[in-house]
Design a protein around this ligand. Structure first.
Ligand code: TXA
Ligand code: MG
Length: 318
């Protein structure tokens, strides 16, 4: 299949209307979109990404009215979050409407809904005139794409179209996912809308922790994620020896020499840069990526979540 590159939301929306797949920028990462109500189009997303079919997709809306076409109920906590945040890097899990095919939700009775806070995404969604399911536009397991070039690297020839954004996506890591079906909202995946932000609106919001013998609530949590080909090693102490083929990303200057170094100005900047840095390391055949750990609060919680998943196992002493 030939993948068309375009900067025209109208041209890209034509592919959606014909039942195709289109990668598009959002404020978090690029998404791979298809019409949520078109089962054949939804199936194309799983095939293109090589995504396990037990991992549900997030539905994206361009206006508030579309939320009602996707869910059977907007729970009180969800209503509060919608009013406080939407459009935002925030996905709310709600009971799904009957119309929504089970292929989109991986057989769950719930669906994740999000309204992206990005002009290109909103313009594209408006042109499509339907909500779109959109996982991150990478091959399953690879680092999420923050530029159209990263999408191209993974999916050229596998999808119909890439809507090209001018710059890297603003936030650089995926949305916060909150289950709003129970009494107390549960954060299933940390993101730029932080626990602290959510608790200001609904004080009993909790972070979901998977216990060892329980099935995770968010099926995506059990899959291997965000991995570059290089080995990812988390470090909190910067005094250690490195061998050739090593790279470093963090807030502080390391003592040793590395083949590739990225010093970030803030935790926010670190969150914005690390997926792209992982891909850069792969292009340069780096073998080990040392990532400095950060405090697990604010967006630092989301960053540490992604770094831990990318690492072979927790914090290692090098
Ligand atoms: O920022 C984002 O959320 C990006 C952009 C494109 O919007 N999308 C994204 O999608 O990251 P994806 O498919 O890569 O991650 C979706 C996550 C997975 O961990 C999945 O298991 C969880 O959301 N999820 C989706 N629907 C769910 C549901 N009904 N119940 C629980 N978890 C759900
Ligand atoms: Mg993903």
């Amino acid at each position: 299949m030939k993948t068309i590159l375009t900067t025209s939301a109208r041209e890209a929306a034509e592919f959606i209307r014909r039942g195709g797949t289109v990668a598009f920028p959002t404020e978090t990462v690029y998404g791979l979109g298809a019409n949520v109500f078109d089962e054949k189009a939804v199936a194309k997303i799983f095939a293109a990404k090589r995504r396990p079919n037990d991992n549900p997709l997030i539905a994206h809306v361009g206006n508030f009215g579309q939320i009602e076409s996707l869910v059977s109920e907007i729970t009180p906590s969800a209503q509060k979050f919608i009013e406080a945040f939407f459009p935002a890097p925030l996905t709310l899990v709600l009971p799904k409407a009957e119309r929504v095919p089970f292929s989109a939700t991986a057989n769950l009775e719930t669906i994740g809904v999000r309204m992206p806070k990005n002009d290109s995404a909103l313009e594209f969604l408006r042109q499509c005139e339907t909500p779109l399911v959109a996982p991150s536009a990478n091959l399953s397991g690879r680092p999420s794409p923050t530029t159209w070039q990263a999408v191209y690297e993974d999916l050229n020839g596998r999808i119909d179209c890439i809507l090209q954004g001018a710059a890297a996506t603003e936030i650089g890591l995926e949305s916060t996912v909150v289950d709003c079906t129970a009494n107390a909202p549960l954060v299933l995946r940390a993101g730029a809308i932080t626990l602290e932000d959510l608790q200001k609106i609904v004080p009993d919001t909790l972070i979901y922790q998977v216990s060892k013998d329980e099935q995770p609530k968010s099926p995506g949590l059990k899959h291997r994620h965000y991995s570059p080909r290089a080995r990812v090693i988390l470090i909190s102490d910067l005094k250690f020896r490195v061998s050739n083929g090593s790279a470093y990303i963090g807030l502080n200057e390391p003592y040793e020499k590395f083949d590739l170094i990225k010093i970030c100005q803030s935790v926010k900047d670190y969150a914005h840069e690390f997926f792209n840095f992982f891909r850069e390391c792969d292009r340069r055949h780096i073998k080990r990526i040392y990532c400095e750990t950060v405090e697990e609060k604010g967006i630092g919680l989301a960053l540490m979540d992604r770094l831990k998943r990318a690492a072979v196992s927790g914090t290692l002493s090098p």
